[in-house]
Design a protein around this ligand. Structure first.
Ligand code: SF4
Length: 579
């Protein structure tokens, strides 16, 4: 079974903008913060917003305080006015494309035009649009309803931004034939049009389509309808748990399955559905493939694979610098990374609940065992470092304390603004610190402990190793952007946005390749440098495959990214064998 995810699935520009505005609101506007109606139809997001004291305001009280955010759907002008009169500060997160429709209706209503709105009369966007029509607004959902309307001297026809384009075209033809003087505005959002066109193409190329989105979401329902019209089974689900209600025989016998999602579906829900289908696919495979998948997932969840990667990178860096004594240092790098990565998931796993719920429940279930494992790995690393000398011990101790303090409150509230009290509060700190910490234990520990005098090349090898780890970690940040954003993490990917982050990573990887090439060509490091260029090349290929939709966020992708370090280790090992 091959699974495809539509490129247009998930948050549209308007919803993403509203979510970001509400997440920024507590720091920027008067508290408490309310959203006028539920921001999106996702219980997880709503309870998370509630935990941040962002609650839903359903009715306007006589007197209020704090800030109210208007959702992407918009509201009638009278509602906005009412909120202001009740003394709320109003942040208007109405989508700019919805504002455009409101403006068309308002302008024409002023000139006494009737406004015919193609849409769902109970939808908040349509209720908002009607508010601009000055009592001359009419909502129609079928051609019959359109025919039942009186004939207007002057009228405009607009559509709810998420309307079905086919129905809009039918209305257009009807109006051209019956009332050519009606002015027609195609106000269907191009994001909706692209989404609908893509689901049609997708449905024609696969055996079944899964449409993910809220039951009340009109645009999600329309996507399901469009997929069904092509004659294949299409299922509208809210989350991966709804997959149980689907005839699994149909799904598991499908050779190709397409996934798409409505405009207000967070991408972590799409990822969960993908992973559930991936697991279903594995269940159907023979025992060996099932065991292999379980093993891969187990190695990733326990961080054993990551720790093996750190060991391999340490080995490759030692060989690059010509050190033959590597074993204890490789072991220290593995134990340090093992310990720190487990602790990071144990102490800051809120985002995992969105980005990787399987990991979150694994850490919740085996909390004690994993804590013991992390302490034992960290302690063992320190003991080995101590046996090697005071310097490696102190260096590792400092790195361990730095790692442990990442999630801890270090600065009392009275000394600094509440925003930056932990290292993790500093925007982008996670990605940079992980890269630096890996760089120290994999590239610096061995030379600084063994060499009489540090060589300047060591600094470059450190930057190379840290750069590679930075690219790996920032790439994972890109995959986890929406989950991180919702829990308030400010990763590099969130600061720069997906496109710019991907471009930055590509530049870094090209620089890493160039650095190895130049250093090897000028005999500043061994020829091994030429071969190790394949590590950044592999990462670059994975980034491109992700960008082009060839590789989707999955166990496979995570494993391949981590394999990059094992590749470096394997190359260094082979090189050492023949030299
Ligand atoms: S679907 Fe289009 S109009 Fe509606 S909120 Fe999203 S971007 Fe805005």
């Amino acid at each position: 079974m091959k699974i495809f995810i539509a490129k247009t699935s998930g948050f549209c520009m308007g919803v993403r903008r509203a979510v970001e505005m509400v997440l920024d609101a507590p720091d920027q506007h008067a508290n408490p913060i309310f959203t006028y109606g539920p921001l999106i139809h996702n219980p997880q997001v709503l309870s998370l917003l509630q935990s941040k004291d962002i609650t839903i305001l359903d009715e306007i009280p006589d007197q209020g305080s704090g800030t109210v955010l208007i959702r992407a759907h918009g509201v009638p002008p009278i509602t906005k006015q009412g909120l202001k009169e009740a003394d709320f500060k109003v942040i208007d997160a109405t989508c700019p494309r919805v504002i455009k429709v409101q403006t068309i209706i308002r302008k024409h209503a002023k000139k006494n035009y009737a406004s015919i709105i193609i849409g769902d009369k109970d939808h908040p966007e349509v209720i908002g649009l009607l508010g601009y029509a000055r009592q001359k607004g009419y909502v129609i959902g079928t051609i019959e309803e359109l025919e039942a309307l009186p004939v207007f001297e002057n009228a405009i026809i607009v559509a709810q931004t998420t309307q079905n384009t086919q129905f809009f075209d039918a209305v257009k033809s009807w109006a051209a034939a019956n009332h050519p003087h009606y002015k027609i505005f195609n106000t269907i959002c191009d994001s909706t049009e692209r989404r609908q066109a893509e689901v049609k193409r997708l449905a024609e190329a696969v055996d079944a389509v899964i449409v993910v989105g809220g039951r009340n979401s009109g645009n999600t329902r329309r996507l399901t309808e469009i997929a069904r019209e092509t004659g294949i089974p299409a299922y509208h689900i809210e989350s991966e748990t709804d997959l149980k209600a689907i005839d699994l025989d149909v799904l598991s016998s499908a050779r190709h399955i397409g996934i798409t999602a409505g405009a207000s579906t967070p991408n972590w829900i799409i990822k969960k559905v993908y992973r559930a289908l991936e697991a279903l696919q594995v269940k159907r495979k023979n025992n060996w493939r099932r065991i292999l998948f379980g093993l891969q997932r187990g190695l990733l969840l326990t961080n054993i694979y990551v720790s093996l990667g750190a060991g391999c990178l340490s080995y490759a860096c030692s060989k690059l610098q010509g050190f033959s004594q590597f074993f204890p240092y490789v072991l220290i790098a593995m134990l340090y990374v093992q310990s720190m990565h487990i602790l990071a998931h144990l102490t800051g796993n809120k985002a995992d609940q969105f980005n990787d719920p399987e990991r979150a429940s694994f850490y919740e279930k085996y909390k004690r065992l994993l804590t013991v494992l992390a302490i034992a790995a960290g302690g063992a690393g320190l003991v080995i470092a101590f046996t090697l000398g005071l310097f490696p011990f102190l260096l590792l101790l400092v790195m361990s304390l730095l790692g442990l303090s990442y999630n801890r409150i270090l600065v009392p509230k009275r000394f600094i603004s509440a925003r930056y009290r932990r290292i993790r509060d500093i925007p982008g700190s996670k990605t940079i610190l992980i890269a630096m910490a890996w760089g120290v234990v994999t590239a610096l520990l061995t030379p600084l402990s063994l060499a009489d005098k540090p060589h300047w090349i060591t600094g470059l090898i450190f930057l190379w190793a840290a750069g590679l780890v930075f690219a790996r970690t920032a790439f994972f940040d890109i995959l986890d952007m929406q989950g991180d954003r919702i829990v308030g993490k400010e990763t590099i990917a969130i600061l720069l946005g997906e496109k710019r982050s991907l471009s930055l990573l590509k530049i870094i990887l090209i620089l890493l390749m160039a650095a190895l090439f130049v250093l090897s060509a000028f005999h500043l490091i061994s020829y091994l440098g030429f071969f190790l260029i394949s590590s950044p090349i592999l990462l670059l290929l994975l980034l491109s495959a992700y960008e082009q939709g060839i590789l989707l966020p999955s166990v496979k992708l995570e494993l391949l990214v981590e394999t990059n370090f094992l590749l470096a280790g394997a190359i260094a090992f082979l090189w050492a064998l023949v030299n």
